[in-house]
Design a binder for this molecule. Structure first.
Ligand code: CAA
Length: 379
């Protein structure tokens, strides 16, 4: 067993860390305030090969692995969680299912531009009445000649409105729940597709979250992803990997908050010495660092298992559960260490705390992770 990262992983970490510090961090607070997505940052990520990390070169990727991908999401989220989730949704939720279930034609047409970063990806599962109960969706897909016709709407779509390609789930057999669900690849300029309300959010505010709407949306038959009726499995297996991307995001947010808290605690003098030298604060820092390290190890382990072709659904749910709770706890403690200053927008920790909350909610709430884990360990 070896816990050291390979030279390639260290190199990717250094490259992404430099990029994050130089190109992402300087505008993170401003983009958060203005709820502004920056296409230039995405284009630069594409230039660096970050948009296709785990996919083979023949499909536009850089042929690395899921650990490298997690390291990239972590380093981006360490300075800007919005940029982290843009990459995570793009890679795990849009590109991955096409890589896993797509035909050769679908991979050439959709995965290649996604991995190269000339197109952005999104994923449409959640509906107003179907969140944790993903199988309760109402969006339908009716066959009409050589097209499927989609009707319905999806909400809380990460990369909504900026994505060119969405992997979307709809009922091809509305009389059947899981087995009546199919997956589709949707282009944003298909007739009948539109982008609805953009959410105003507590955190990850420079990552757009919107509704997407299908009104008699005509989708060529060949854009079904996987077999008819296989959509629920496509959705669930996609989330198995996606959850670990969110764990990586959470680790990055927590690490960013700890970095800021340590720097501040070493400078802030009260009662004649830095607060980092006072046990009330130094013990907090120790607990924060310990929780982050445990979360990181679980996240890297799940990523490693996926890269090795081992099962990773349970580990991914565990990493998301632990890292999400860690991010919330660590960022809250960071605000506490900063005291009144931490509650203002003069320091980044309030943003980290707002951003952390979503990691306990999306890609399956913490309660759903517990459901997934408990089912797996008791079956
Ligand atoms: N892999 C493969 N197959 C799976 C699977 C998995 N991980 N999980 C379930 N299945 C299969 C089951 O084997 C079963 O198949 P059979 O009918 O052939 O036996 C079928 O799917 C139904 O499974 P369940 O009975 O377990 O389904 P359920 O209705 O009880 O739901 C659930 C299971 C885990 C609760 C699921 O609904 C779920 O994950 N809910 C949370 C949804 C979620 O995570 N949403 C996130 C939205 S995306 C997002 O948040 C992105 C973002 O913003 C960045």
């Amino acid at each position: 067993m070896n816990f050291l990262l390979s030279e390639e992983h260290e190199m990717i970490r250094k490259m992404v860390r430099d990029f994050a510090r130089n190109e992402v961090e300087p505008t993170a607070a401003e983009r958060d305030e203005e709820e502004r997505f920056d296409m230039e940052i995405f284009n630069k990520m594409a230039d660096l090969g970050l948009t296709g990390i785990p996919f083979p070169e023949e499909y536009g990727g850089i042929g690395s692995d899921y650990l490298a991908y997690c390291i990239a999401v972590e380093e981006l989220s360490r300075v800007c969680a919005s940029t982290g989730v843009t990459l995570s949704a793009h890679t795990s939720l849009a590109s991955w299912p096409i890589y896993k279930y797509g035909t050769e034609e679908q991979k050439q047409k959709y995965l290649v531009p996604l991995a190269q970063g000339t197109k952005i990806g999104g994923y449409g599962l959640t509906e107003p009445g179907s969140g944790s109960d993903a199988g309760a969706m109402r969006t339908t897909a009716r066959l009409d000649g050589d097209h499927y016709v989609l009707n319905g709407s999806k909400i809380f779509i990460t990369n909504g409105g900026i994505a060119d390609i969405y992997v979307v789930f709809a009922l091809t057999d509305p009389t059947s729940k899981h087995k009546g669900t199919s997956a589709f690849i949707i282009e944003s300029d298909f007739p009948g597709f539109s982008v609805g309300k953009k959410e105003k959010k507590l955190g990850i505010r420079s990552s757009p979250t919107t509704e997407i709407i299908f009104e008699e949306c005509r989708v060529p038959k060949e854009n079904m992803l996987g077999a008819e009726g296989e959509g629920f499995k496509v959705a669930m297996t996609t989330l198995d990997g996606g959850r670990n991307g969110i764990a990586a995001q959470a680790v990055g947010i927590a690490q960013g908050a700890l970095d800021a808290a340590i720097a501040y605690a070493k400078e802030r003098v009260q009662f004649g010495k830095p607060i980092s030298a006072q046990q009330g604060v130094s013990f907090k820092l120790a607990d924060m660092a310990t929780s982050i390290e445990a979360s990181r190890l679980l996240t890297y382990q799940a990523a490693w298992r996926e890269s090795e072709g081992l099962s990773y659904g349970k580990e991914s749910a565990m990493s998301k559960l632990l890292a999400g709770d860690t991010a919330m706890k660590v960022t809250t403690e960071a605000v506490q260490i900063f005291g009144g200053y931490g509650y203002t927008k003069d320091y980044p920790v309030e943003r980290y705390m707002r951003d952390a909350k979503i990691t306990q909610i999306y890609e399956g709430t913490q309660e759903i992770q517990r459901l997934v884990i408990s089912r797996m360990i008791t079956k």
